[in-house]
Design a protein around this ligand. Structure first.
Ligand code: NAP
Ligand code: 8YV
Length: 328
């Protein structure tokens, strides 16, 4: 239960930090005294006058709760993320203030893995490019260029967590040879473990990025990793834009030092570098890996169950691990 000892008369308020799934927003408003921060005409005045009413914050993986907001909420006890990533919130800082943090693991794993494999096939078989070619009336004028096969290829998975393992399971069905890189080899996994992203890139035809975001993985896919992937190599990123050195990626595509890329995430969303927008060898997706009706409903449900548990029992249902998955 939220600690109300400091101000017995203060109404316990749930702060909705950013726009969320409409059904989740409605339930929050129906079941709790909820204040929607983005809809306030003067958020600073609210935080100054009522910040100490807030006992829980509900936010998205992309927005989190920044340090300034955390500081403005002295009675905050829980930060509930809609999404599995939580690098936008400083968890160590939150814990030091007695604030628990939750995310929505597992319920989105299958959908994100489906999209990663779909994006891999799309870029290697040039499906989006072929779609553009047909629409532009190219069919009949000249044969569409040959693509690269997927079945039987060697795919490296950077980050073999929940999503990475689900990608690996799917790729096994394609007769793909899977290898992976994590800081710690995953027990009981038969795939080859490589200790660095560069070593992994050297032994694969495509690299699928499924590591956690945050400072620990910033720029992990560097110019050297792209170089190791090579001119026949493909990159798929469904993790976070920060994991890939985007300028190095643009340079590698422009100089044909890699064959193509499929990207669901970018450094400065929703802004996509012009060079990527203009490249036919890149599949561009607007951060939609978990964006299905079924998965978003399950994420909303899990976020709500976390909030409910905190409001009634003072604990969260799916708290994030002690250390951030990319910084320990
Ligand atoms: P997870 O189970 O925590 O897996 C994270 C993996 O990253 C672990 O295998 C971890 O292994 C590895 N890792 C962390 N730092 C690393 C490093 N420096 N080098 C190599 N491997 C490293 O998380 P998950 O549920 O699979 O989700 C993964 C990420 O996908 C999320 O954090 C989120 O950013 C992203 N995501 C994106 C979307 C989307 O819409 N595009 C949707 C959902 C999730 P070790 O700790 O052993 O290194
Ligand atoms: C969502 C995500 O786009 O779960 C994550 O980490 O990036 C995606 O599922 C995000 O949660 C929406 O805020």
């Amino acid at each position: 239960m939220p600690n109300s000892s400091t101000r017995a008369s203060a109404p316990d308020t749930v702060l909705q930090v950013c726009p969320l799934l409409p059904a989740l927003e409605s339930t929050l408003s129906e079941q709790y005294r909820t204040v929607r921060l983005p809809e306030l005409s003067d958020p600073a005045a609210f935080l100054r006058d009522h910040g100490d009413d807030v006992v829980a914050a509900v936010t998205s993986a992309r927005v989190g709760v920044d340090d300034a907001l955390m500081d403005a909420l002295p009675r905050l006890g829980a930060i509930v993320h809609f999404g599995v990533g939580y690098e936008t919130t400083d968890v160590v800082r939150a814990r030091a203030r007695g604030v628990d943090v939750s995310n929505t693991p597992d319920v989105l794993t299958d959908c994100v893995a489906d999209l990663a494999v779909g994006a891999l096939i799309d870029v290697m078989r040039r499906m989006s490019e072929a779609d553009r070619y047909v629409r532009a009336g190219g069919w009949g004028a000249a044969p569409f260029p040959l693509a690269s096969s997927v079945s039987g290829k060697r795919v490296g998975i950077l980050g073999l967590g929940r999503i990475g393992r689900a990608v690996a399971r799917r790729l096994e069905g394609f007769g793909v040879q899977v290898a992976y890189c994590t800081r710690t080899p995953v027990p009981g996994v038969g795939h080859r473990h490589l200790p660095t992203a560069e070593a992994l890139a050297e032994v694969c035809d495509a690299l699928v990025v499924t590591v956690a975001g945050g400072r620990g993985t910033e720029g992990l896919v560097s110019a050297a990793v792209l170089e190791a992937l090579g001119p026949q190599g493909y990159l798929v990123n469904v993790a976070r834009g920060s994991v890939v050195d985007e300028q190095a990626l643009v340079a590698a595509l422009e100089t044909e030092r890699i064959a193509g890329a499929a990207l669901d995430v970018f450094t400065d969303e929703p802004n996509v570098p012009r060079a990527l927008l203009e490249s036919d060898r890149v599949v561009l997706l607007p951060h939609i890996a978990s964006a299905t009706r079924e998965t978003r409903a399950a994420m909303g449900d899990l976020a709500l169950r976390n909030l409910r548990r905190f409001m009634t029992e003072g604990v969260l249902l799916t708290p994030v691990p002690e250390a951030s998955p990319s910084t320990h």
